[in-house]
Design a protein around this ligand. Structure first.
Ligand code: SAH
Length: 470
């Protein structure tokens, strides 16, 4: 090990910073957040440091460096732009056996400041011993995305209850089981849901119960349209922690690939000959069984779970069963497909509203509905319409939408095989047939679709009147 890592308690201890420019200011602010007593000095100081000095939060010497400044210091930081001066400060500090850091100069330093991920009281420090600071920074960014911001609150809670937990669970194995429950289960979930009182109550109840309760629960996660880059950080974290993943067929393999290696992945799509309600009952039963067995279940759905995803019904069921749950939104197909086709869903001149419409159950829909859908200056997004494009365009035209209204059909939105077919409503049915549009595909109708050929940037863009080459 090239460097020995330590975490220093700087509360009330003097740290001398030579330099008062922007780099020094950054160091000083982080020293202040650790409670250090900062003495800084340089002929010129940044407005920020002058302000801190006026507020009495640091001592600022506006003068050239003198060795006497090092008196009474525990640590020294040299942050001047002048290497000769930095080197002199480092030498004088070392003679006095003071640890010194010269910013961005590992050769002159006897200690280095790591990159940190701050979830106080939990802190992760990363160092490459000066060999590759860029790599250390990248690692920090990666780790930063792995841990939720409520982790610090959880660490603090665990710290506060440590003696009580030790007393209530004297046996080591049972204590470990309790900590697993505390860190992975409903207490952590309650903190993520910003319900600190509920978290404390759960902890208290569990502490006084003879057995540690189940840590099972369900996270309803929107997986987005397919490109794994469109997952949220919360979705990624849930996938990292899952024991069981119940996923729809619409969820892409690339997204499933990101989940914890040893999580069980179960496809819960509709079985042949099964009706939708039976599928839904089967899914409910799977969620219930695994959550009650103490598993962390991720219910993973394409797009967003609350947009044509029956997510509401699943939560109603979980609530009835008293199973804890969280919801992570996903990017719904209309938003993703529009973005990946270069179609702004609203536009100051062309569309003041957007409607997300299911192409199912429209046969028996009231005629009024079609009149409303056929109005101008709005964008329509039809989900589940791949097999009914002819019907949809005929209804819109019959109810007054012009045959010249631009449309775009986005097939396999955000995925490697994305195709965007665009043209005028009057030619939609014919074009969809010729180009053999397949599910999953979304139909957008409205003036904004005329922008697709100009703003497209991803995958294949096909004008509706283009001859099909077989
Ligand atoms: N909950 C999902 C929608 C489920 S309904 C969401 O929020 O996106 C399924 C329909 O969504 C499909 O028939 C199709 O119309 C649309 N869809 C989902 N993913 C798509 C994709 N990658 N490209 C195009 N359409 C998609």
């Amino acid at each position: 090990m090239r460097l020995f890592p330590i975490f220093a308690d700087l509360q009330g201890r003097r740290v001398v910073v030579v330099g008062a420019g922007t780099v020094a200011e950054r160091k000083i602010r982080s020293l202040l957040s650790a409670g250090a007593q900062v003495v800084a000095g340089a002929p010129e100081a940044t407005p920020g440091l002058l302000q801190l000095s006026r507020e009495g939060r640091i001592t600022l010497r506006q003068a050239s460096f003198e060795p006497g400044w090092l008196e009474g210091a525990w640590l020294v930081i040299a942050a001047t732009g002048d290497r000769a001066l930095n080197s002199r400060v480092a030498r004088l500090a070392s003679e006095r056996k003071l640890l010194v850091n010269v910013v961005d100069d590992p050769e002159l330093s006897s200690f280095q400041v790591p990159s940190i991920v701050d979830r106080s009281p939990l802190t992760i420090a990363i160092s490459s011993a000066g060999s590759a600071p860029v790599l250390a920074r990248r690692m920090r960014e990666r780790i930063e995305s792995l841990f939720d911001h409520t982790l610090g609150t959880l660490a603090e809670l665990a710290g506060r209850y440590r003696p009580a937990i030790r007393q209530a669970r004297p046996d080591l194995r049972r204590r470990r089981e309790f900590y697993d429950w505390l860190l992975d289960g409903p207490v952590a979930a309650a903190l993520r849901s910003r319900k600190p009182d509920a978290a404390r109550e759960l902890l208290e109840t569990a502490l006084h119960a003879p057995e540690t309760p189940s840590r099972g629960g369900v996270v309803l996660v929107g997986a987005g349209p397919g490109d794994p880059g469109l997952l949220t950080l919360n979705a990624l974290r849930a996938l990292n922690e899952a024991d069981i993943i119940l996923h729809d067929r619409l969820v892409s393999a690339d997204v499933l690939e990101l989940a914890r290696r040893d999580a069980d992945r179960i496809s819960v799509g509709k079985l042949p000959g099964e009706d939708h309600d039976a599928t839904q009952r089967r899914i409910h039963e799977l969620m219930r069984r695994h959550a009650l067995a103490g598993k962390r279940v991720v219910r993973l759905k394409g797009g967003d779970a609350f947009v044509f995803g029956r997510g509401g019904e699943e939560l109603e069921f979980l609530r009835e069963q008293g199973i804890p749950y969280e919801v992570v939104p996903g990017i719904t197909a209309a938003l993703a497909c529009a973005a990946y086709a270069g179609i702004p869903l609203t536009h100051r001149h062309h569309a003041q509203s957007v409607r997300l419409v299911t192409a199912h159950c429209r046969d028996d829909a009231q005629v009024d509905d079609w009149h409303a859908l056929a109005r101008e200056k709005q964008t329509l997004a039809f989900y589940m319409g791949a097999g009914r494009l002819e019907f949809l365009s005929a209804q819109l035209i019959a109810h007054g939408r012009s045959e010249d209204t631009p449309f775009a059909i986005i097939e396999n939105g955000s995925r490697a095989g994305q195709r965007v077919l665009h043209g005028r409503l009057g030619e939609l049915a014919d074009a969809a047939r010729r180009h053999a549009v397949k599910s999953p595909a979304i139909l957008l109708v409205g003036e904004v679709c005329a922008l697709a050929p100009q703003l497209e940037w991803f995958g294949a863009s096909i004008p509706a009147d283009e001859a099909v080459v077989c």
